[in-house]
Design a protein around this ligand. Structure first.
Ligand code: NI
Ligand code: MN
Length: 228
């Protein structure tokens, strides 16, 4: 069985895992200047929320309400979403994992912040290791480089999804170091080119990854899909 990973621009992805639709950090057209797809046109059974910033959560509540999806996030974000009228959430915290019907989700640390759009406390930011269909996929979320990425990589990652945009997260240089620590089979860059502030030449970065590591870089266009 395979997993499809579709990039919608910025940090937003939708995965199809054996027929289950899992959306990561909903930020779609109308809010996300890089996106082509509207939240209204997306199906979701589960939503993975890395942190509370608007460029990751802008479409979460409406998408969750329309689809009835379960939102998986840290406890504080789940409480905030429940207060907005969507109680189907699953609260977790850093280092914890849970076996969902589609696979196992473990929450990883991220070096970032996590305030919610209305100023509410959003707990700690995170990432996820998703294990399903005998594959391990690391979704870093917004983060700086940290050396414990080497520990995350020990599981044997099939795919790592990393921010490369600089300014708010790792830039291309630190993301290259992250690839060397994580040692995935494939790396997919994200969180770049949404605005001029995070403009990055992703094909040039991919060439560096290919030259300096044994990892295969996959640069997706918006709404393009990679199958693992
Ligand atoms: Ni952020
Ligand atoms: Mn962000």
């Amino acid at each position: 069985m395979s997993i499809t990973i579709t990039w919608h621009g910025h940090g937003t992805f939708s995965l199809n895992i054996g027929g289950t639709a899992v959306v990561v950090d909903p930020f779609f057209a109308g809010n996300n200047p890089a996106a082509k797809t509207k939240a209204d046109d997306v199906s979701a059974d589960f939503i993975l929320q890395t942190h509370g910033h608007g460029d990751h959560i802008a479409d979460t509540v409406p998408l969750a309400k329309r689809t009835g999806a379960t939102v998986i996030a840290n406890f504080e974000i789940c409480s905030w979403i429940a207060a907005k009228g969507h109680e189907k959430t699953h609260g977790m915290n850093t280092g914890g994992g849970w076996n969902f019907p589609f696979g196992r989700v473990k929450m990883t640390p991220a070096l970032h912040s996590s305030g919610l759009p209305d100023g509410a406390y959003g707990g700690d930011p995170g990432g996820f290791v998703l294990t399903a269909e005998s594959k391990h996929i690391y979704i870093a979320g917004d983060t700086a480089l940290f050396s414990d990425m080497a520990l995350i990589g020990k599981i044997g990652l099939d795919v790592a999804i990393l921010p490369i945009g600089d300014n708010f997260t790792m830039g291309p240089g630190d993301a290259l170091e992250a690839v060397k620590l994580l040692k995935p089979k494939v790396v997919i860059p994200c969180h770049y080119n949404t605005w001029p502030l995070i403009a990055v030449d992703a094909p040039a970065w991919a060439k560096l990854v290919a030259a300096e590591t044994a990892v295969t870089p996959v640069v997706l266009g918006v709404d393009e899909t990679y199958t693992v």
